[in-house]
Design a protein around this ligand. Structure first.
Ligand SMILES: O=C(O)CCC(=O)C(=O)O
Ligand SMILES: [Fe+2]
Length: 331
């Protein structure tokens, strides 16, 4: 694993101030950062009016790493309040940062929410939760969160994932591995491009896990899009028994390659990691939660980018385990 390799984009201090003020105004008018038509309409309008310099820093991911770190947002630790003990306790904690992230996400595309996750909010709180230390979700801590595509089980999953850092005193790393950096031979790519392996909903989706509207669809792990190789990968929730020994061996080689090219991103307050969810799998190293109000705290937004062609057309017929992504902005 390497460290410090992520491309950095520096936000102008004046732009950071503008983002903060805009978010404060929106929050004052909406009263909460929870999803509402009023909030979303204000965000859409304000995002369209942001300066060209902000837009430039939020241009699409443009390197084979498939990610960048945006630096320079304001986070005042003393004004933030204690880190909540789990997302359910977060409520409007750090709400102004939710709105800043929603503005940034709206510049990059169309933010999505899931009815069944974190009360349908468009910005999720990623904090360790007592009793859930060993989970393979953002609530976990003591175990390695293994590299995964976000919401890999679903055809409506995000194209971009944005992680905005509120605090991270122990400099705990998010990990990221780009498919364009791995070395695999043609035979492995061919095998892994076959739709063989079902990916089940993760533990954050209780309702989807009880879905009985059809068998889990087998999906390809790799896809050669017009734009280059992309992946859909979540070993912790993949039914590997569905594959032949040769297929499983290829899958294992891919896992090893992703580990080999993995880089560690230790987010600091005011930084936002943007990963292309079709090019990069992300995870998190294990850590010991503090549960004293000073824990690591990230805000997360998921974004769809209209007219992207990085996925197989066959995804359109998947049932998505009865879950539907809600788009923030329509029309
Ligand atoms: O905690 C992290 O750095 C990443 C967690 C994660 O996988 C996510 O928020 O989607
Ligand atoms: Fe994730």
């Amino acid at each position: 694993m390497t460290t410090g390799a992520a491309p950095v984009r520096q936000l102008d201090p004046a732009d950071a101030t503008e983002l903060r003020r805009t978010a404060e105004k929106i929050l004052a008018a909406a009263g909460t950062s929870a999803a509402s038509p009023h909030l979303l309409a204000r965000v859409a309008k304000s995002a369209a009016e942001l300066p060209g310099t902000v837009r430039h820093q939020l241009r699409p991911v443009d390197t084979d790493d498939g990610l960048f770190v945006l630096r320079g947002l304001h986070v005042d630790d003393s004004a933030l309040g204690p880190t909540p003990a789990g997302w359910a306790a977060a409520g409007d904690g750090g709400a102004v940062h939710d709105v800043v992230l929603l503005l940034l996400a709206t510049v990059m595309g169309n933010p999505i929410a899931w009815e069944g996750q974190q009360d349908g909010r468009f910005v999720h709180n990623i904090v360790p939760a007592p009793g859930r230390e060993t989970e393979q979700t953002g609530a976990g801590s003591s175990v390695l969160l293994s590299p995964h595509t976000e919401d890999a089980f679903h055809p409506g999953r995000a194209h971009l994932l944005m992680l905005s850092c509120m605090r991270n005193p122990d400099r705990i790393a998010t990990t990221a591995s780009g498919i364009r950096r791995v070395r695999l031979d043609e035979a492995d790519i061919e095998l892994l491009s076959r739709p063989v392996l079902p990916i089940l909903p993760d533990d954050a989706y209780t309702e989807a896990r009880n879905f009985d509207g059809g068998p889990p669809p087998p999906v390809p792990t790799l896809f050669r899009s017009d734009d280059g190789l992309t992946l859909r990968f979540d070993p912790a929730y993949t039914v590997l028994d569905a594959a032949s020994p040769a297929h499983r061996a290829a899958y294992e080689r891919l896992e090893h390659e992703l580990a080999r090219v993995s880089c560690a991103v230790r987010l600091a307050p005011g930084e936002v990691l943007v990963v292309d969810n079709d090019l990069v799998v992300h995870g998190r190293v294990p850590f010991r939660a503090r549960y004293d109000g000073t824990d690591r705290w990230l805000k997360r937004a998921s974004v769809r980018v209209p007219a992207r062609r990085t996925r197989p057309l066959s995804e359109a017929s998947e049932h998505g385990y009865g879950q539907a992504a809600v788009e923030a902005h329509t029309g």
